[in-house]
Design a binder for this molecule. Structure first.
Ligand code: LFR
Length: 467
C-alpha cells in the first residue's frame, strides 16, 4: 500500500496484492517464506514505479514465527498457527503450568499461540532447537529482509505468549518452557522505531532508492486499533480471517476474570493495552466459498454469498464459530456438516447465514462480557478490516448486538501502519495526533441497529468453543 499525506490526512493506494505464500505440507498448514518475500519485493518494485517512498513499515498477523540459525537461514519451514502442533503443545502442559502462563503473560490460552507451537516443536526437533539463534515473528522477518536488522517489534512479540505482562520484556520462565536457547530472543523495539535503511541489495534489485525502514505497530490488530481509535464507549472489531473484538484499556491492568471470559491483554501504542478476544472470522466464509467452488465448479463471489445468506430460511440453525473444528478445516462444508448436522449443506445461503448469525452472536456475547469486564457501556462498534465491505455482516452484527456499527476502513491495519510511519518521520507530533486527523478522509458507513433481532437456536452452547 502506498500512503500519502495530503493536508494532514492519509490517502492509501493499493500498489500490489499477492497470495500464494500459504501452503500445506503432509503434517499440516505451513508458510512459503520465499513466496512471501518475492511478493514483498514485487511490491517494492511497484513503489519504485510509483515514484519512490520515504519509509517502509511491515505489519502482519500475530502468533506465526520463524526460527533462524546463526547464518540467518530457516531452521525449519514455518508451520502456521492453524497447525495441530499448537494443540499438542498446549495439551502437554499441566493445569498449574497453564495458570502460570496465563498469569504471567496475560494471553488468551488458545492453541494458536506461538508458545504452545514452540513447546511442541522443540520437543519433536531437539537437535534443531539447540541451533536456534533467532526467533522472529513474520512481520519482523519482513523487516529483516528490508533492512538487514533483526528485531522483535513489541506489539507483535506480545502475541507470542513469551512476554511478561508486568515488565513488557521477554519472560524467562516462558522462554524456559519453550526449551530454546535464551539468546534466540533478541532485542524488542517499540512501535515508531526507525530500524535502518532499505538494504543496498534491495535498493538495486527493486530500483527503489534509499528509504527508512520503520518498526510500526507490527501486529495488524494493534495497527488496526490505532486507526479505528475507539472512544471510551466504543469497541473495536477487526474483521479479517480472525475477528478480534476488543477495547482499549490502560496496559498492565488485566480485569479480574478477563481470561476466564476468553479475553487476553495485548499491546497497543503509547502505553495502551488492548483487551481482546479472538474469534474465528472471515476464514469460515472463505472456506465455504472454496468448498462450494470445488463442489459446483463455479466460485461464488463474496457479495453473492452474502446475498444468498440474506435470502436464506430464517428458521435454520446458526453455528458457533468458535468450534476448534473450523481452525484447520480442509473442507469447510464438511466441517459445517459435522458441527451442525441439521444444516442443509446443499444450500449455500443456509450455510452462509448460519455463519453470519453465529459470528454476530459470538460478537454480541463478547461485547456484553467486555462491558462487564471494563465497567464501561459499549454504545458503538468501530469495525475495520475486510468485513467492513460486507453489508450483511455489518448489519447482522448491528442488529444482533443492538449497537451501531461504524464500518471502515477495510484497510484499517495499513492505515494504522502509515500513522506510525508518519509519526516516526515527524509529520505528526504523536500517534494520538496521527489518530485524530490521519483517517479523516476514510469512507465510514453507519449501520444503526434495527429493532428486529435475528434469533437462531445455537447448534452448540456458545460457552463450549475454545475461546
Ligand atoms: C489477526 C491476528 C490475530 C491473531 C491471528 C492469527 O489478523 O493478528 O491477532 O490471533 O491474526 O495470527
Amino acid at each position: 500500500m502506498l500512503a500519502q499525506l495530503e493536508g494532514g490526512t492519509i490517502r492509501l493506494t493499493e500498489l500490489h496484492r499477492f497470495t500464494g505464500y500459504q501452503t500445506r505440507l503432509a503434517d499440516g498448514p505451513a508458510l512459503d517464506v520465499s513466496a512471501l518475500l518475492r511478493g514483498i519485493d514485487a511490491g517494492l518494485e511497484a513503489a519504485a514505479a510509483a515514484g519512490g517512498v520515504d519509509s517502509i513499515g511491515a505489519d502482519g498477523w500475530g502468533v506465526d514465527f520463524v526460527l533462524l540459525d546463526e547464518r540467518g537461514m530457516l531452521l525449519d519451514q514455518p508451520r502456521t498457527h492453524r497447525h495441530p502442533r499448537g494443540q499438542h503443545g498446549l495439551a502437554a502442559l499441566t493445569a498449574s503450568e497453564l495458570e502460570r502462563i496465563a498469569e504471567s503473560t496475560g494471553i488468551q490460552l488458545l492453541p494458536i499461540v506461538s508458545l504452545f507451537h514452540l513447546c511442541d516443536w522443540a520437543k519433536t526437533h531437539p537437535e534443531l532447537a539447540r541451533k536456534a539463534a533467532r526467533f522472529l515473528m513474520i512481520a519482523d522477518l519482513v523487516a529483516l529482509h528490508l533492512s538487514g536488522v533483526a528485531a522483535c517489534e513489541w506489539t507483535l512479540a506480545r502475541t507470542s505468549g513469551l512476554l511478561s505482562a508486568k515488565t513488557g520484556g521477554w519472560d524467562r520462565a516462558m522462554l524456559a518452557f519453550t526449551g530454546l536457547p535464551e539468546q534466540a530472543f533478541g532485542p524488542l523495539v517499540a512501535p515508531g522505531t526507525v530500524l535502518g535503511q532499505l538494504s543496498p541489495a534491495l535498493q538495486s534489485r527493486t530500483e527503489l532508492s534509499a528509504a527508512r525502514v520503520v518498526a510500526v505497530a507490527a501486529h495488524d490488530t494493534a495497527s488496526a486499533a490505532l486507526c479505528l481509535a475507539p472512544a471510551e464507549d466504543e469497541a473495536f472489531l477487526v474483521c479479517g480471517s480472525w475477528i478480534l473484538v476488543g477495547a482499549e484499556i490502560a496496559d498492565g491492568s488485566m480485569p479480574l476474570d478477563a481470561q476466564q471470559q476468553g479475553f487476553g491483554l495485548e499491546g497497543g501504542v503509547e502505553g495502551r493495552g488492548l483487551l481482546v478476544r479472538s474469534l474465528q472470522g472471515m476464514h469460515l466464509l472463505r472456506g465455504l466459498r472454496d468448498a462450494w467452488a470445488r463442489r459446483t465448479g463455479t466460485e461464488p463471489s463474496f457479495p453473492d454469498i452474502a446475498e444468498a445468506a440474506d435470502r436464506a430460511n430464517p428458521a435454520a440453525p446458526a453455528i458457533n464459530p468458535s468450534d476448534p473444528l473450523f481452525v484447520d478445516a480442509v473442507d469447510m462444508i464438511e466441517a459445517l456438516r459435522a458441527h451442525c448436522p441439521k444444516l442443509n449443506h446443499d444450500d449455500l445461503g443456509e450455510l452462509a447465514r448460519a455463519v453470519y448469525v453465529g459470528l454476530a452472536a459470538e460478537v454480541t456475547i463478547s461485547l456484553d462480557r467486555l462491558e462487564e469486564l471494563t465497567g464501561r457501556p459499549i454504545r458503538r462498534i468501530r469495525l475495520g478490516g475486510g468485513g467492513a465491505d460486507d453489508p450483511v455482516l455489518c448489519r447482522t452484527i448491528a442488529n444482533a448486538s443492538g449497537r451501531e456499527v461504524l464500518a471502515g476502513p477495510v484497510e484499517a491495519s495499513a492505515m494504522g501502519n502509515a500513522m506510525a510511519q508518519f509519526t516516526a518521520l515527524g509529520a505528526f507530533a504523536s500517534m494520538r495526533a496521527a489518530q485524530a486527523r490521519g483517517s479523516a478522509g476514510c469512507d465510514i458507513r453507519s449501520y444503526p441497529p434495527s429493532t428486529f433481532r435475528p434469533t437462531a437456536e445455537p447448534s452448540m452452547p456458545y460457552e463450549k468453543g475454545f475461546s
